[in-house]
Write a protein that binds this ligand. Structure first.
Ligand code: NPQ
Ligand code: MG
Length: 390
């Protein structure tokens, strides 16, 4: 039932494959982007974003991709340096061994390498940008977008004090965000949520994200969140514990949404069937790319499970692609697709600016953004060029 990964350049009916662009060189650029404020989650505090960018130079133009892995393996087992290693030594050699390869064929070519989905997703994003630019098509149109703008929510880090949290939330609501997500951890949960709910009123869409910080033994504790009318609780338990999530779901009225656990469309189908979740957070980086993300969307849509687009503190490159995905029909809840200034004072593309709580879906060819090379250069910490044949 999931849509096949259609080639950007389909073979014409008369036979003879239409040429996909040929990649001559791949530039891996590491940049360090300062965050506007430290971002604290149950797994640590970030003050800077270490981003790996993938820049393709082809015979028909360029393509940009972004890896969502973090500097430390705290959210998942992947991390920036490891992603760069696997791209250089295991993924790119398999791809550059082919003369021309379309974005839709990457998954098959890379299947011998297990896991490393964030690394694979970064390459797929760059290949999609390259191909769609050459074809003059937008990623949104290619994926099947049905919206021109998307409702935006914001993820709020764990604050030092409740007073500070209330101020931060009030600021985001003033900016127009349509949904608030509070990061929680054991001990900084029930009373924080109570305070925000009391201050904001019942009408504000409110949800929480634990990033796997609890155990099933915390079920009675987590049930105390039920009185606050939350939209959902995201990833309360460890990534591997689908059955424990199903058991927890029976003890809560708050719906469970999975993030870290959902690594593929197959896992999404199993999680839904075993009632481990009733809502799914889709992050293309976590699942190996936009094509697998669309398959998860299709699996969820067919089962009546709403989805929303997560965020990994993307630059304008990944943000643009996420907006294209979030324009698909089953993305019925506001995502973590926040404005650029939620995280960065200066972005490496044109900034995405909130308009009435929404962001516009890019319509230009490829991802629909232009990378500001001068800004990238000013933030660069390392640059590696891999040419075809050495
Ligand atoms: C989540 N994102 O939904 C993640 C986790 C996360 C927007 O809450 C640097 C890079 C810091 C990526 C912190 C949001 C991060 C990060 C948190 C991702 O679970
Ligand atoms: Mg999450």
């Amino acid at each position: 039932m999931s849509q096949p990964a259609t080639p950007v350049f389909p073979a014409p009916a008369g036979g003879g494959a239409r040429a996909v662009p040929r990649v001559e060189a791949v530039e891996l650029v590491r940049i360090a982007m300062p965050l506007v404020a430290p971002f604290r989650t149950s797994f640590g505090v970030q003050t800077e974003r270490d981003v790996l960018l993938v820049h393709l130079l082809g015979d028909a133009g360029e393509g940009w991709g972004e890896c969502v892995a973090m500097q430390e393996p705290g959210y998942s087992s992947e991390y920036t340096e490891g992603a760069q290693q696997v791209i250089e030594h295991h993924l790119l050699p398999r791809i550059l061994a082919r003369d021309r390869i379309g974005a839709a064929e990457l998954e098959g070519a890379l299947a011998p390498v297990r896991g490393h989905r964030m690394a694979k997703a970064a390459l797929e994003m760059a290949w999609l940008d390259l191909e769609l630019r050459a074809a003059g098509r937008s990623l949104a149109e290619y994926l099947g977008a049905v919206r021109t703008e998307v409702d935006c929510g914001v993820s709020v880090g764990i604050a030092d004090t409740t007073e500070e949290l209330l101020e931060t939330v009030a600021g985001y609501l003033d900016q127009g965000y349509r949904r608030i997500k509070l990061k929680i951890e054991p001990g900084l949960d029930i009373e924080r949520v109570r305070a925000v709910r009391e201050r904001c009123g019942r009408q504000v869409l409110l949800q929480v994200d634990a990033n796997a910080a609890y155990t099933l033994d915390d079920a009675d504790h987590l049930a105390r969140l039920d009185e606050f009318d939350l939209l959902l609780i995201e990833q309360p338990l460890p990534e591997e514990q689908l059955l424990a999530h199903a058991k927890l779901a029976r003890r809560l009225t708050t719906p469970i949404c999975l993030d870290e656990s959902i690594t593929s469309a197959a896992v999404a189908a199993e999680a839904i069937e075993m009632r481990a979740c009733s809502i799914v957070n889709i992050k293309p980086g976590r699942v190996g790319g936009y094509l697998e993300a669309r398959r998860i969307h299709d699996v969820c849509a067919a089962r009546g499970v709403p989805v929303w687009c997560g965020g990994m503190l993307e630059t304008g490159i990944g943000r643009a692609a996420n907006l294209a995905l979030a324009a698909l029909p089953d993305f019925t809840l506001p995502g973590d697709t926040s404005a650029s200034d939620r995280y960065f004072r200066q972005d490496i593309t044109q900034a995405f600016v909130l308009e009435n709580g929404r962001l516009r879906v890019p319509t230009g060819p490829g991802l629909g953004v232009e990378v500001r090379r001068d800004v990238v250069d000013s933030l660069t910490t390392r640059r590696t060029v891999i040419r075809r044949d050495g």
